[in-house]
Ligand binder design. Structure first.
Ligand code: MOS
Length: 750
């Protein structure tokens, strides 16, 4: 049954953004504004011996570590990241100092004239090197920012008694956000108070970072979000660093200071998705049921810890996918390397492991001679089952309906059979199942965030939403106004929402982890219902609502036991591909998605989120290639780092399955990250099916596919092949009526 609130309305930021009148940070002029440019390390790892600065013209300044009144550390989980490098640099692009002045070109000129004298230190570039290097670690004594392990059941016993064991290994690479608007901030210092304006997801993260950096009183720091052109996690932690830069410069010069990146700089120095390496060991019984799974996850954190600790946790809690596995051991490490720090990115560690677990399930299905869809369905979690951390699934899990629906929409089974028997060209179809844990991991919401929202009824009967959550294009503004409008029974035009300003809004937490609708929207719904009751009490009213954790949640943060998330959203994807037999380019012929996000707050906006998420996920799986060579990013422009557009893929067919969540506003759960998660494994499965080679690595570029096929085609390469493809795969999938000669040969030789 469709809920009334799901009926689409006009997205409120569209006219400004589509019409070009929206003002982004680079569009805002402040009187007497100076421009800042960052001098950065061009070494991956080195000691700074000295810095030679040319004589500065009048009105030009250098801002560096000596201009920080408080602590030279960006406030994060572990405070290891300096605003400006001290005696060592740990990645190419690490900020050393700023040049600030009235003429942009002159500022750039001065930056190029500064000479830094380095003494190089042996760098650490890979996860393997990071694990091995103990003599001269980047961080701590083992290069490890975070290391965890958790268990369910008795995995050791299961592995000791069962003989059918499948081992598998996967890897994923960098992904860059490519939000439309590069990073930017303006710092202002007036009457003893610092204000920072800028594109960001988390105004209070920025404020707290500035408080620590300045060591000042709370009322001397103010942060204002400006219209933000996309973020995807990329403006979660990074703005805290540059807000500091602009603020230090403003205090030193007494003038507004603008620090806005161009695209090239943005790609080179801002956070990216963590590369990962994921190993599985899975034990099955004689009925081909999985009894135990051992998962070992390593993520490449880059030079600073950032949010890697929690990214790793989300990876680990997603490690066994949507499957009910009684005995589990999951280990995880976030390792330090001399590369740009990895950070938050849509899905926050989950997409890497969902690619891996979904491919692993497919590979096991091949080995036991089952169709992947049947093998997966046989293992799905249902209501009453426990998650990998032992949390109880209390709500209905609608996976059977989701699987059924997507099969009918995409004709998955039919095509799977058809492609198996006879194909014209190299066609394949792939299928993925996935969830997303809604909101913060573990007890973060209760212990760290303690969200607070405010609703203000004004004399003119309009109601203002006061929260610290931002609209970054995802539609938060429209969604939150809609929730308040429906709860209050007032027209949407009467509900006001302005870009958050920490001097005006309470800390309702960061705009991350799909918590904005479920948590903040939930609090606003409560506040609005209270306001409705009290509406006639006075011409002006203020209602404050604070987060209270639902009673049912049990979580042990030390043992990783219990409800890692308050609730889960679920989904399935099918992707159909055709592979060019000469160039190995992948053409996507069809994309389907079925989702349970509780209830859609606005169906059209949700569909927009889903389409964007899938396409971004398919980019991650195919054409978005980023290599770092000797610490230097090779694809540092959008000419080299290609992202997909809506023209690269056919129309996506989407169905939503309503499943109202008791504690979410109007039954809503989480939606923003979920559609990203399932795209890569569905595509990789389709490619695997088409080519009959195991896919254990994304992005699946034509070069990668060609190298696999070449390896398989040359019998003299069989040892190399075994190493490259790590397990003896090649399933008994289809009869030999395969057109495309390489593939026919492939079957023979293997
Ligand atoms: Mo995010 S990746 O929780 O913005």
């Amino acid at each position: 049954m469709k809920q009334k609130i799901s009926i689409p309305i006009k997205k409120s930021d569209v006219p400004e953004k589509a019409g070009g009148s929206a003002k982004y940070i680079a569009d805002i002029e402040f009187e007497g504004m100076l421009y800042a440019k960052t001098l950065r390390s061009d070494r991956p790892r080195a000691r700074i011996n000295s810095i030679k600065i040319p004589e500065l013209p009048e009105g030009y300044y250098i801002v560096d570590k000596n201009d920080i009144p408080g602590k030279n550390r960006v406030k994060m989980i572990i405070d290891d990241q300096p605003f400006f490098a001290e005696d060592v640099v740990n990645y190419i692009g690490e900020p050393i100092l700023l040049v600030v002045g009235p003429d942009k070109e002159k500022v750039f000129e001065i930056v190029y004239k500064i000479k830094v004298y380095y003494e190089d230190i042996e760098p650490i570039f890979t996860i393997e090197e990071a694990e091995k290097e103990k003599k001269n670690p980047i961080y701590g004594d083992d290069n490890c920012f975070a290391e965890y392990e958790f268990k369910k059941g008795e995995p050791e016993k299961a592995f000791a008694t069962l003989s059918y064991i499948v081992e598998d290994e996967y890897s994923t690479d960098y992904q860059e956000h490519i939000y439309l608007e590069p990073q930017g901030v303006v710092g202002i210092y007036e009457n003893g108070k610092v204000t920072v304006y800028g594109a960001m997801q988390c105004p209070y993260y920025v404020k707290n970072a500035l408080l620590q950096a300045f060591g000042w009183d709370e009322n001397r720091i103010r942060v204002v979000q400006t219209t933000t052109g996309g973020a995807f996690g990329g403006k979660e932690e990074y703005p805290s660093l540059i807000a500091g830069h602009a603020a230090f410069a403003a205090v030193k010069t007494g003038k507004p200071v603008q620090l806005v990146f161009d695209r090239n700089e943005d790609i080179e120095v801002t956070t990216k998705r963590h590369p990962s390496s994921i190993k599985f060991k899975t034990a099955l019984d004689e009925n081909n049921r999985i009894i135990a799974m051992d998962v070992d996850i390593k993520i490449d954190a880059g030079a600073n810890a950032g949010l890697s600790d929690v990214v790793l946790q989300r990876s680990m809690f997603s490690a066994t996918g949507v499957y009910n596995i009684p005995n589990i051991r999951v280990r995880g490490k976030a390792l330090a390397t001399n590369k740009v720090p990895s950070g938050a990115f849509r899905g926050f560690g989950a997409p890497q492991v969902f690619f891996a677990i979904e491919m692993h399930m497919y590979h096991i299905a091949d080995k036991v001679g089952m169709e992947p869809i049947d093998f997966k369905t046989k293992h799905i979690l249902m209501r009453g089952d426990t998650t990998s951390t032992g949390g109880l699934l209390r709500s209905e899990v609608k996976l059977p309906e989701i699987i059924d629906t997507i099969d009918k929409m995409s004709q998955y089974r039919e095509k799977y059979e058809k492609f198996k028997k006879k194909r014209d060209g190299l066609k394949g179809i792939g299928f993925s199942l996935f969830f997303h844990g809604c909101g913060f991991t573990g007890s973060g919401e209760k212990d760290l965030i303690k969200a607070k929202v405010k609703l203000k009824k004004k004399k003119n009967d309009k109601v203002e939403i006061l929260v610290s959550n931002v609209d970054m294009g995802q539609g938060a503004q429209t969604a939150l106004r809609k929730i308040v409008s429906y709860s209050l029974d007032k027209p949407i035009e009467h509900i006001i929402y302005e870009n958050p300003d920490t001097d005006r809004v309470p800390d309702s937490g960061p705009t991350v982890a799909s918590r904005t609708v479920m948590i903040v929207g939930g609090l606003l719904e409560k506040a609005a219902r209270k306001l409705k009751e009290r509406w006639n009490e006075a011409p002006e009213l203020e209602i404050v609502e604070r987060y209270k954790q639902p009673e049912y949640i049990r979580w042990d943060q030390k043992k990783f036991k219990g409800d890692a998330y308050p609730e889960y959203s679920w989904g399935a994807n099918v992707v159909e591909v055709e592979i060019d037999p000469v160039t190995y380019e992948i053409k996507v012929l069809g994309i389907w998605g079925v989702y349970d996000v509780g209830v859609a707050i606005d169906e059209k906006m949700l569909r927009g989120q889903i389409e964007g998420g899938i396409i971004q996920g398919l980019g991650f799986a195919t054409i978005e290639v980023m290599n770092i060579k000797d610490g230097k990013i090779q694809q540092d422009t959008i000419t080299d780092y290609i992202i997909p557009t809506s023209k690269d893929f056919p129309k996506i067919e989407i169905k939503l399955i309503d499943n109202p969540y008791e504690y979410g506003p109007f039954g809503a759960k989480c939606a923003g990250e979920l559609p990203f998660v399932g795209a890569a494994p569905a595509l990789a499965s389709a490619v695997q099916y088409a080519l009959n080679v195991p896919i254990r690595k994304i992005p699946v570029t034509p070069e990668l596919l060609l190298s696999y096929v070449n390896l398989i085609n040359k019998p003299q390469n069989s040892k190399e092949l075994r190493e490259c493809l790590t397990t003896e795969h090649v399933p008994p999938l289809r009869d030999p009526e395969v057109s495309g000669t390489e593939i026919a040969e492939l079957k023979e030789t293997s």
